[in-house]
Design a protein around this ligand. Structure first.
Ligand code: F6R
Length: 625
């Protein structure tokens, strides 16, 4: 939610800031702005809408300034207008601030600062910060670092900041408090950003700040302090990311590239989580290695999972696997709901937070609440927290003791695709690992499932090959459709939800996912010839049931699209259109059945001429509650 960048060094800052913001636009794109210091003044340029608007404005104002900060916004407080765009300045326009997060007590601060003569120009929470810093500098102009540190002690909320001042033209101050911020180390130049893709083109040596840390960047180096003012010893580490990973590499959109990367994601997960030795797989020991300590497995009686959006859908598949394979009763909660209405405190409970970004405020808050309410209780009630994330260095990584690192690589498209498949792989590994430890299913059965998983990359490749043109053709026919229904049952019910979410997010078409058997209890009233129904019908325990439910829809004149490997018999007759998927074990079918749904959503959105990678109103990481 919002992206911030900063630069100090020997090159012209503007282009570096713009290039960084481009890589952070996935975090928000309601407005953008940059501030630099040139000839003793802060120069600030801001524009409503996407980055290209800012870029055009900047063409008339070329400055060789070698220090600057930038911001791309996802609006929280105040409309997405230019006057609310960051950077925000103090009354005398000497201090400029960009912020990612929320300042919860901004109202009181604003009233207080107004009473001291500060003039506000926006509706945002952020604007209090430059005024507060200016007020502190006015009283004791010792250093910008000190002024920012003092200002931060008045702020409540979760935030990351970058601050510059015309009166201290050789320093850039950055702060992290519950919102991500990394510092990049170059030769005589230093960078900061909300996320590494913004700086990877310049340096791979990065230092992610921890909560409660503040740093001063000058052309000579970086000093890191805690909020109490103590200097900390911290070393940068080398990033395992190269600039090409954050390029489209010939694909029209990041989303399409990321859909095509899914076979590789499954391969990477197989490699990392599963033992390659087939004999070992049939032994009584767990053939899965998730790097979890032995104590982790003891006495788990139930599992609670908290997540949002697509991660919540992955968690629903996870529930199915954990219950059916490991035999552990599992509940899945929307993180935003769980925080305010948690389940009664139960003993020996594993709590799992699933978040690809590791920064989703609702998920972090639910986990933090769970940790807190279990503190000081007897041992069996103590928090056992596990995170499943694509960003182990994220805030989630700081919050929980154990992480399963999903291996999707960086995902830029706002709509999650390959990270979803990576989360599914983490759940297959976890459920099988727990099953092995608890001996809830036989080693042979576990080995068979792993063998099935090993075939999945090529099955996804086959699906991609056949689906690309089929989904494109269907997209042509459905580009103007207003409502869609997605049906699935059992392990494919969450995939119906995910198919509907993908379509809503990027094509803005109304879509609902239902468990197929639930249609007759109400939603069937929605159906007519104008409402197509996509049914996931894979052979297995609920195949016949899904086909009957599809028949019920057909009887209400709906056009039926079947995601199924079955081309003949009843399936061949009732479906108007087929999106064939390969035959795989029902238990593994979500890994292939989701692919045509992702492609269908993609092609419909592309056909409608929409901004597939940056759909309206959304942001890739939702760091506000
Ligand atoms: C869907 C999507 C969102 C996210 C949700 C949770 O395509 O991207 O629904 O899944 O905001 O995000 P994470 O997984 O980062 O917690």
């Amino acid at each position: 939610m919002c992206g911030i960048v900063g630069y100090i060094g020997t090159q012209a800052a503007t282009e570096i800031l713009l290039a960084g913001l481009e890589k952070l636009e996935y975090r928000g794109y309601d407005s953008a702005g940059i501030a630099t210091i040139w000839e003793g003044d802060v120069q600030c340029v801001r524009a409503k809408g996407k980055l290209h608007n800012l870029r055009s404005k900047l063409e008339q104002l070329e400055t060789p300034a070698q220090i600057g900060i930038g911001h791309t916004r996802w609006a929280t407080h105040g409309k997405p207008e230019e006057y609310n765009a960051h950077p925000h300045l103090d009354t005398a326009m000497r201090v400029a601030v960009v912020q990612n997060g929320i300042i919860e007590n901004y109202r009181e601060l604003r009233e207080d600062l107004k009473s001291k003569g500060h003039q506000f120009r926006s509706e945002t929470d952020t604007e209090v910060i430059p005024h507060l810093i200016a007020e502190i500098i006015k009283k004791s102009p010792s250093s910008l670092l000190d002024a920012v540190r003092q200002a931060v002690s008045h702020l409540e909320g979760a935030f990351a900041l970058a601050v510059i001042s015309a009166d201290y033209p050789d320093e850039l101050i950055v702060v992290r408090q519950q919102a991500p911020l990394v510092i990049g180390f170059g030769q005589g130049e230093f960078f900061c950003a909300s996320d590494t893709p913004a700086i990877v083109a310049y340096t791979r040596a990065v230092l992610p700040l921890d909560n409660g840390e503040i740093a001063r960047l000058t052309p000579l180096g970086v000093e890191v302090y805690n909020f109490a003012g103590d200097r900390l010893k911290k070393q940068p580490r080398l990033l395992n990311l190269n600039p090409t990973m954050v390029e489209k590499q010939g694909f029209k959109h990041f989303m399409l590239k990321e859909i095509y990367e899914q076979p590789g994601v499954v391969r990477a997960s197989l490699e990392a989580y599963f033992n390659n030795d087939a004999n070992a797989a049939r032994s009584s020991q767990s053939p899965i290695n998730l790097g979890l300590p032995e104590s982790f497995y003891a006495d788990i009686e139930q599992i609670q999972i908290v997540a949002c959006g697509t991660s919540w859908h992955a968690a629903l598949v996870g529930k199915y696997l954990l219950e059916q394979l490991a035999g552990i009763s599992t509940q899945v909660h929307y993180a935003s709901e769980y925080r305010y209405a948690p389940s009664p405190l139960m003993a020996n409970t594993l709590i799992i937070g699933v978040t690809q970004s590791g920064e989703t405020a609702d998920t972090l808050a639910a986990l933090a609440m769970e940790k807190e309410r279990r503190q000081g209780k007897e041992a069996k009630y103590q928090a056992r927290l596990l995170g499943i994330t694509n960003r182990p260095e994220s805030s989630l990584g700081h919050l929980v003791p154990h992480i399963i690192n999903t291996l999707a690589g960086i995902e830029i498209g706002v709509a999650a695709t390959k990270t979803f498949v990576a989360q599914l792989m983490a759940f297959y590994a976890l459920a099988l690992d727990l099953a092995a430890h608890r001996q809830s299913i036989s080693p042979d059965k576990i080995a068979d499932i792993i063998e099935g998983l090993r075939q999945i990359p090529k099955e996804i490749e086959a699906t991609l090959e056949t689906q690309e043109s089929l989904t494109e053709q269907l997209a042509h026919q459905f580009a103007e459709t207003q409502d869609f229904i997605f049906l699935g049952r059992g392990i494919n019910f969450p995939i119906a939800l995910e198919g509907a979410l993908k379509l809503k997010e990027i094509s803005y078409i109304h879509a609902e996912g239902y468990p197929a058997g639930e249609m007759k209890h109400g939603p069937i009233a929605l159906l007519d010839a104008k409402v197509p129904v996509v049914a996931i019908a894979v052979p297995g325990s609920v195949y016949e049931k899904v086909i009957s439910n599809a028949q019920e829809a057909k009887a209400r004149d709906s056009r039926l699209i079947g995601v199924t490997p079955v081309k003949d018999g009843e399936a061949g007759e009732i479906f108007n259109d087929l999106l064939p998927v390969p035959t795989v074990d029902e238990l593994l079918s979500p890994l292939v059945s989701v692919v045509p749904l992702q492609l269908l959503a993609y092609h419909i959105a592309a056909r409608r001429g929409l901004d597939v990678d940056q759909p309206r109103n959304l942001a890739k990481s939702v760091t506000v509650e």
